[in-house]
Design a protein around this ligand. Structure first.
Ligand SMILES: [Zn+2]
Length: 186
């Protein structure tokens, strides 16, 4: 049986790793991603047990992916920001004004008069990161400061989002990052 060594790798280089005790072993177990190549090399040199074969590695990979669960982190909770503190509306790329107004298939900026067809994509990406990965027609109208339900519908359909439920209870999934290239120019 080969030995299995576990390491916790922190991907954010700015994360400070600190332990309450002076546990030297723990410092080797929880590392920044920059230290990973060195650690792997050291393991190769010091470990006497044989490496896993490709077939075994593939099996482990499949198992890990099967058991993977997504981390749930609420940004608002983490920074103690209230939902009502978030400004609503589509933001102007040029002058950062919000909310932009929907006029004839464009987002129009009353401040700098710029027009943008796809400015709602950024707003929905923000929505996803701030609140949740699903949105209904009425939630979209509320967040984009949009009056018309048919316009909201057109926007939702133009993004080819996956949806579940019928009519009024229909929920659109923003989990796949909204892709600009998939957009039709409506
Ligand atoms: Zn503007």
């Amino acid at each position: 049986m080969p030995n299995i060594t576990s390491i916790v790798v922190i991907s954010n280089s700015y994360t400070i790793i600190r332990t309450s005790s002076e546990d030297k072993d723990l410092q080797k177990k929880v590392i920044h991603k920059e230290e990973l190549p060195t650690q792997i090399n050291q393991l190769f040199q010091t470990s006497k047990s044989k490496c896993l074969e490709e077939r075994e590695l593939k099996k482990i990979t499949r198992n890990l992916l099967k058991r993977h669960t997504k981390g749930e982190t609420s940004i608002l909770k983490r920074y103690q920001i209230k939902e009502e503190e978030i400004l609503k509306g589509v933001i102007c790329k040029e002058c950062r004004y919000l909310p932009l107004i929907r006029v004839k298939g464009n987002w129009y900026c009353p401040n700098c008069t710029k027009k943008d067809k796809k400015a709602h994509i950024q707003a929905l990406n923000d929505y996803k990161l701030l609140f949740k990965a699903t949105i209904t027609n009425s939630e979209l109208r509320d967040f984009l400061v949009l009056n018309s339900a048919p316009t909201a519908n057109r926007l939702l359909h133009s993004m080819n989002l996956r949806y579940t439920g019928d009519n009024k209870s229909r929920v659109y999934h923003l989990d796949d990052t909204v892709d600009l290239s998939n957009m039709s120019n409506r």
